[in-house]
Design a protein around this ligand. Structure first.
Ligand SMILES: [Zn+2]
Length: 315
């Protein structure tokens, strides 16, 4: 009798233990068990990084190369400003054989004077000193319907803004080019990047691209190799081609009369992607060339210079 009760108790206890084991230990990994039984887990030892201090202008691209004790791969740097309402700037960094390459762009509209860029483990990689570039102002007259937007056009513009914003999140995680960028055209620049524009004495915007003189039909080459991510007609840009060059670097060719590539297609540097035109919001035929880094506009000429530095060529 006594023996039977004892046996019952043991069985219950065992069942309970098994149940407990299933609840806790059953799901825990060997690593967690070690942490329970041994002294507190040691943090992995991180090699110190010698942060680099750089000077940048808002709206301009800067190429940075530095030694870094990290495994090969693509890292996101989080760059925070010093102002209390500072917007975070996420910058991609490619590491290969302990050599880091970064294309840094400070937003055109940024009013920060300093940023610190660090890894997820909080090690600082860059100290950024920001200076305001003296962009000029110009006054333009265009069709009234292109300045004061109808409700229908407002909705269209919003939709297109979301579409392009999402496109700029789809970049390849490596450079898709192995030589510097070129300017798409070598004709006269009719409007520089960053000019503040006042349309019909009314609406103020900034010109976040470079305008090149180009008659309707002039062949437009790609500024570098990459993958076409968008072709179509947007309200402001008209017929447009957008190319991903990898690592969040995109180039855009606007107001085209004809598009000669398709989305998804790989293109080579200098390959003709379309013909110049006057579609979209324009006062005459020209090529509007835009460069976006992670959705932020940058001066295309600064991309040409920065990429020359990447490949060790004189500016
Ligand atoms: Zn333009």
């Amino acid at each position: 009798m006594m023996g039977k009760v004892w046996l019952e108790k043991v069985r219950l206890k065992t069942a309970g233990l098994i149940f407990f084991a299933l609840l806790s230990g059953g799901c825990s990994s060997p690593k967690e068990i070690t942490q329970e039984t041994n002294s507190p887990p040691k943090k992995p030892r991180l090699s110190p990084i010698q942060p680099k201090t750089i000077e940048v202008f808002n709206g301009k691209l800067t190429f940075i190369e530095m030694k870094i004790p990290l495994e090969d791969g693509v890292y996101d740097l989080s760059c925070l400003g010093v102002s209390p309402d500072s917007k975070e700037n996420i910058v991609k960094m490619l590491v290969s054989e302990q050599n880091a390459q970064i294309y840094y762009v400070e937003d055109y509209y940024s009013e920060e004077s300093q940023r610190t860029c660090f890894l997820t483990d909080k090690r600082i990689v860059l100290n950024v000193e920001i200076k305001q570039f003296p962009y000029k102002e110009e006054r333009l007259r265009v069709a009234k319907s292109k300045v004061v937007l109808s409700l229908e056009n407002q909705k269209r513009v919003e939709k297109e803004w979301l579409l392009t914003r999402d496109l700029y999140k789809t970049s390849a995680k490596s450079f898709l080019f192995n030589e510097p960028f070129r300017l798409p055209l070598y004709s006269k620049v009719t409007s520089d990047f960053g000019k503040r524009r006042v349309f019909n004495d009314l609406k103020k915007t900034s010109h976040l691209g470079t305008d090149f003189r180009a008659a309707v039909g002039v062949k437009i080459p790609s500024a570098n190799s990459g993958r076409v991510v968008y072709t179509g007609n947007l309200f402001y840009t008209g017929n447009v081609v957008i190319i991903d060059h990898g690592m969040d670097i995109f180039s855009l060719y606007a107001h085209l009369s004809k598009i000669e590539v398709q989305a998804g297609e790989m293109v080579l540097k200098g390959q003709i992607i379309g013909r110049a035109g006057k579609t979209g919001r324009v006062s005459g035929p020209h090529l509007h060339w835009g460069v976006k880094i992670a959705g932020k506009a940058a001066d295309g000429k600064s991309l040409v210079d920065a990429s020359k530095q990447q490949f060790g060529l004189p500016l």
